[in-house]
Design a protein around this ligand. Structure first.
Ligand code: GLN
Length: 501
């Protein structure tokens, strides 16, 4: 039998439907793969084998009884640890949530369970999703399957590494400034940040509420579309949830795979390429633009002059929102509680001791920055100015989308850097998100598609951005590019990754 873990999620779903395999067999194959590769990768913080197999047995029985099932029923999935899961640890990569077992499911987890997809476990991440390398996790590093000495991207490095190492067919990530797309780029996987408000945030442990968005992490564009369709759509429990239905992302992915992009206008963003981008990253980007042209797309240059200030604005808005969202971790309500070593045990002193011991350096840095940016006397100079820049970036997108249906750029300026390389230099770490952050500030959707290897033999990503609520365009263009590249390579990029386990 072919190795089930090498198949795409849609291929597994097909085999399950046809009765060629059972969900128990697929789930067990993944649990075996996890056991084999986790010592090298450490993508998971928690593996829920019993829970996953129970779901698999249940879905197999239902299928045998002829029950009508969701297309992804029986296909296993991994979930980033920032998403709350009832009865399963949810730490967001932080010591402060160690031991907390949520009493409820996030909306997207409810939908995954309703579709009867076995949940393999929770994936590693930078603490509270702050970072680009997963090195800020309180529970150790995740390693990039392409080179174990390198970072898997962040903050969702665990989800991306699990999918790239064939230790999950599908995963959930969250993207506040690039944490789905950048890990996708550096691990050779597909990552999608949906339109802000199109996937419920209910049950995500909030980082920056006006930027956060959950989305799919997969090996193929079609698999992302199938997962996006499941988790997306209106949720009355999220006040920013978009009431109208999602565009048909699955149909768009299938159409794109046919390879015809005639009538599609593709805009190259002048500010998101060139200087600062590794030569191999830039070269693969230009080659893929040629492939889009060969598929019939019309390519134009667009200018988004305020993107230059996106990173600076983001690193004021994000810490401001985070400092407020993280105030609830006070040693009383969730997880860790540390009492002061000496002196009276007052609420304030327990809170100080708990936060001092429970938060890591990057989280403390951002809470301090955010609190400062919001303080009286500084609010207008920092937070207020950043919000104005945000509006200018939104206008840049509006103008660009008058000239083009989608915008394209490299997903990240470099390939995966070495573990430890940027740990002592927060600004260098932040710079890895220059190309992904503008989409979060404007709420528009984006996809990263595997775009070959740079000169250092490490994966690079191709980013496609679309106007809000036009997520289908990502899938059409993404699937067309994927088809053209795989025809050129003679198979998926991940087939070239080194053997593990
Ligand atoms: N790397 C970015 C940051 O550190 C993005 C994080 C994210 O998308 N969660 O904030």
């Amino acid at each position: 039998m072919t190795d089930l873990t090498r198949l795409s999620a849609s291929a597994v779903a097909e085999k399950l439907r046809a009765g060629e395999v059972t969900s128990v067999e697929v789930t067990q194959a993944y649990l075996d793969r996890i056991a084999a590769v986790e010592p090298e990768i450490h993508a998971y913080l928690h593996v829920s084998a019993d829970d996953a197999l129970a779901t698999a047995r249940d879905v197999d029985a239902r299928r045998a009884a002829g029950e009508e099932l969701h297309p992804l029923a029986g296909v296993p999935i991994a979930v980033k640890d920032v998403v709350v899961t009832q009865g399963m640890p949810s730490t967001a990569g932080s010591k402060i949530l160690e031991g907390w077992i949520p009493p409820y499911d996030a909306t997207l987890v409810e939908r995954i369970r309703a579709a009867r997809m076995p949940i393999l476990g929770k994936t590693n991440m930078d603490e509270f999703a702050m970072g680009s390398s997963t090195e800020h996790s309180a529970y150790g590093n995740t390693h990039n399957p392409w080179d174990l000495d390198r970072i898997p991207g962040g903050s969702g490095g665990g989800s991306a590494a699990a999918v790239a190492a064939f230790a999950a067919p599908l995963a959930i990530g969250t993207d506040t400034g690039g944490s789905i797309r950048q890990p996708g780029a550096v691990t050779g996987t597909v990552g999608v940040k949906p339109t802000y408000g199109s996937v419920s945030r209910y049950g995500l442990i909030a980082l920056a509420s006006s930027l956060d968005q959950a989305g799919p992490v997969t090996r193929t564009v079609l698999d992302s579309a199938l997962l996006h369709e499941l988790i997306g759509g209106h949720d009355p429990r999220d006040s920013t949830s978009i009431p109208e239905p999602l565009p048909d992302v699955v149909a768009a992915a299938r159409q794109g795979a046919l390879g015809d992009l005639s009538g599609v206008r593709v805009g190259i963003v002048e500010q998101l390429q060139g200087e600062g981008y590794q030569p191999g990253v830039q070269a693969r980007f230009e080659e893929s633009v040629e492939l889009l042209k060969e598929a019939g797309a019309e390519v134009v240059q667009v200018s988004c002059p305020h993107f230059e200030y996106a990173l600076a604005a983001y690193y004021l808005i994000l810490p401001a929102e985070a400092s407020s969202n993280l105030a609830k971790f006070d040693g009383m309500r969730f997880g860790l509680r540390v009492e002061p070593e000496e002196g009276p045990v007052t609420a304030e002193r327990v809170m100080a001791a708990t936060r001092g011991a429970g938060f890591g350096d990057e989280v403390k840095r951002r809470i301090i920055l955010g609190t400062y940016a919001l303080s009286a006397g500084y609010y207008d100079a920092y937070y207020g100015s950043a919000q104005k820049v945000r509006t200018l970036i939104q206008r840049d997108f509006e103008a660009a989308f008058e000239q083009a249906d989608v915008l394209v750029s490299p997903t990240a300026p470099t390939t995966a850097f070495k573990l430890g390389e940027k740990l002592d230099d927060p600004l260098a770490m932040y710079l890895n998100d220059v190309a992904t952050i503008p989409a979060n500030l404007a709420g528009v959707p984006g996809i990263s598609v595997p775009n070959g290897l740079s000169d250092d033999n490490l994966p690079v990503g191709f980013q496609v951005l679309a106007p809000a609520k036009a997520d289908d365009r990502l899938y059409r263009v993404g699937a067309a590019l994927e088809a053209a590249l795989e025809a050129r390579w003679g198979g998926p990029l991940l087939d070239r990754a080194p053997e593990l386990g």
